[in-house]
Design a binder for this molecule. Sequence first.
Ligand SMILES: [Zn+2]
Ligand SMILES: [Zn+2]
Length: 348
Amino acid sequence: MKALRLIDWKTDPELVEVPKPTPRPGEVVVKIGGAGACHSDLHVMHDFEPGVMPWKVPFTLGHENAGWVDSVGDGVTTVAEGDAVAVYGAWGCGKCSRCQRGFENYCENPGEAPVVSGGGGLGLDGGMAEYLLVPAERLLVRLPDGLEPATAAPLTDAGLTPYHAIRRSWSKMTPISTVVVIGVGGLGHVAIQLVKATTAAKVIAVDNRQDALDLATQVGADHVVASNDEALGAIKDLTAGHGADVLLDCVGAEATIELARTAARPLGDATIIGIGGGTVPLSFFSQPYEVSIQTTYWGSRPELVELLDLAARGLVHVESTTYTLDHAAQAYRDLQDGKVHGRAVMVP
Ligand SMILES: [Zn+2]
Ligand SMILES: [Zn+2]
């Protein structure tokens, strides 16, 4: 079969021929119906010197995957050939207390996971291929009726990551509160829909691109604010001078983290979701009183079940541009150049 593989660190991936996987006991092979191209893949392929990540090259890219069960190994009972499934992307040990709660993204026993701090497409072969080997059936979530794999694939990361961040701040998203989403890209445009679908809070979207602000309005933002020196004042004006109750920074650059924490209302949450690498100095007075500054990484398996249900009911969708496997390398180049509308999804 064909697969888009990272052959060596700090190189562009190559489309090569590899053997189709066969499942051993407990494993499942999924015929890929969709694989999302994520911004973090660009860091994986371009930024890391050999030895920085605990992973060996080569491996096939693609950590946002969905498809149909192609074959199952001995002992697999919860899924069968032909089932439409999404793949939960963080592959932990499955046994520690975090994994037991479904938070395999925070596995505390990574030495016993299939790969340290990764999964398919992150150290092991991922879904930018015709087939994907999944090491355990618990990592599959059956798709609800009405949800196609190509639609579900980007939800497993671009949807799950903001859903988790929103869910943990739900108690602060009351009907009279305001949520600010900074960065209306692959994650941000889903974040807006998720706040609207699961709470009655007002949403302000912030971005420096007009087409992103148009998309924000289209997917339900109540207000849009240009990302510039006046953004803080604009957020204050839209919140009667109080600041926002929850700010979700889907960028994570220095300027956006600074905006998120300074535009927060006392007792608010400022959550850094994007891995933009920005840093800001922290002190007692660097943000309003009792603002919680937090980071999140991905989400839990039970949250993915809820998210897929929301999507099947039409309450959230991922804007996407489709590429064939033959053009998957181009998808990453377009992503790098900022040319992709919504999420780039490879459909073989
Ligand atoms: Zn990702
Ligand atoms: Zn674990």
